[in-house]
Design a protein around this ligand. Structure first.
Ligand code: CTP
Length: 429
């Protein structure tokens, strides 16, 4: 892979400045299998090219019945592989020639048939032979009708592929070619490309955050009412975990200050427990001075019970109980006021139509570089799920609204936006 200067769809670089260098211009081997969604692969190819990637295409024979190989050849500017050497009585391709020099293999759309061959290790087409011979990251975007997608056999296939380390891009739910509405529709091309870039960023070759010290707060604080009860929130910590994994994979030194997160810890990342707002403030302040980048992802309670009762409160005779609450310190705003040259990123979970405006105002009020907005009212963007729908507000006038994608892919976009702001002195990569 080689470095590149990347721009978003509107020609604005993630930092709002020109000439920022981002990693991961890659050589991609794109497999196309049979299905009505095969035409969407042309869009995927174009977006990948616009992002600076080189794309070579292999197709199954069934795919050719939906979209001609000539379309892919014209767009990619390269020959399209359709059959194995000796297959179909014609000179074909040797799979090792096709996979050589490729950084990532993408299969979109992936049919139930091709995926089941991949899961069992069958190598009866050029595409499946390439899959077996390829040693880099593999991204698979399935597409099929709802009944096939929901069949237990497909579920077993998917489970096997995931266990083999394949990055799955879940299909969308919507109107399918057969008129039915349900899961199985190929994910949007932009979402597939984001998954490709997230997988590329996770490969050893991209270490654009080497030497950068990243502090991430994650989870949701719990404020004691008494020894057994608390005021809390629904934050799962998944977004913070995704940011930590992405930053770590990009070579950063990562500290996670976490509140009540019940997710596996990753070797190489340092975790500090901070279950309450007060402990989170103390831990963040202690870690902040030696950090370059703060991602304040935790859902910190804005209020806590004034004086937590020592033991367990007895049920009062009264029909109702009033718990007096006091304001907690706004940790993000406090750290922004204390900053030396750290880059600060806040998160704004807002509800409803004015949310984006409130998130923009929050960025100014808290004096941070970037605010990541997500609308808790939109399906797919809620607490605890694997996906998120975010808008990255800042730096400067830049604003990037992303479609629904995995929290890991969101994390890569957030780091892409933050990376150019981190002072150059910390960069050793
Ligand atoms: N935050 C913080 N300390 C707090 C509360 C929030 O550091 N006591 C941080 C969060 O981690 C997040 C950002 O501030 O990065 C936004 O949190 P939010 O609760 O949405 O903002 P508030 O300032 O509390 O605004 P609102 O009036 O919407 O509650």
């Amino acid at each position: 892979m080689r470095p590149r200067a990347r721009e978003d769809e509107r020609g604005i670089s993630p930092s709002g400045r020109e000439g920022d260098t981002l990693p991961a211009v890659a050589e991609i081997l794109m497999g196309v299998t049979g299905g009505i969604a095969a035409y969407k692969s042309l869009d995927v190819l174009r977006i990948l090219q616009r992002h600076g990637h080189g794309v070579s295409v292999v197709m199954t024979h069934t795919a050719e019945r939906f979209v001609g190989s000539a379309s892919f050849a014209a767009l990619s500017g390269r020959e399209v592989g359709t059959h194995l050497f000796g297959d179909a009585g014609q000179p074909g391709y040797h799979h090792l020639d096709v996979t050589g020099g490729k950084d990532l293999m993408l299969i979109a759309p992936a049919s139930a048939n091709t995926m089941s061959q991949m899961a069992t290790g069958a190598a009866n087409s050029l595409l499946t032979s390439c899959y077996l011979a390829f040693r880099g990251p593999v991204v698979v975007a399935p597409a099929m009708n709802t009944a096939m997608w929901l069949h237990p056999a497909t579920a077993r296939t998917i489970e096997t592929l995931r266990a083999d380390g394949v990055h799955l891009v879940d299909p969308d739910t919507g109107l399918l070619a057969d008129g039915a509405v349900g899961p199985g529709r190929l994910a949007e091309p932009a979402v597939i490309v984001a998954a490709v870039e997230a997988a590329l960023a996770g490969t050893a070759a991209v270490k654009d955050m080497a030497g950068v010290r990243v502090l991430i707060s994650a989870g949701g604080t719990r404020e004691p009412i008494d020894a057994v009860r608390y005021v809390g929130n629904h934050s799962s910590g998944r977004m913070g975990w995704a940011l930590a994994a992405a930053a770590y994979d990009r070579g950063a030194e990562v500290v996670v200050v976490q509140a009540n997160v019940d997710l596996p810890r990753q070797p190489g990342i340092r975790y500090v427990n901070a279950p309450t707002a007060r402990e989170m403030r103390d831990a963040c302040r202690a870690e902040f001075t030696s950090s370059d980048l703060l991602l304040m992802c935790a859902a910190v309670a804005d209020y806590r019970p004034v004086a937590a009762a020592g033991g367990k409160m007895d049920k009062a005779e009264a029909e109702s109980l009033t718990v007096a609450l006091e304001r907690t310190t706004d940790i993000l705003a406090e750290l922004a006021a204390l900053r030396d040259d750290q880059v600060l990123i806040g998160f704004a979970v807002e509800h409803g139509p004015d949310g984006l405006g409130r998130a923009r105002a929050k960025r100014d009020r808290k004096a941070v570089d970037i605010v990541v907005h997500n609308d808790a009212a939109v399906a797919g963007a809620a607490f605890g799920g694997p996906d998120n729908i975010i808008t990255i507000i800042g730096p400067g006038e830049a604003e990037i609204a992303l479609p629904r994608m995995s929290k890991r892919a969101c994390a890569e976009h957030i780091l892409d936006a933050a990376r150019p702001l981190v002072p150059a002195r910390t960069v050793s990569a």
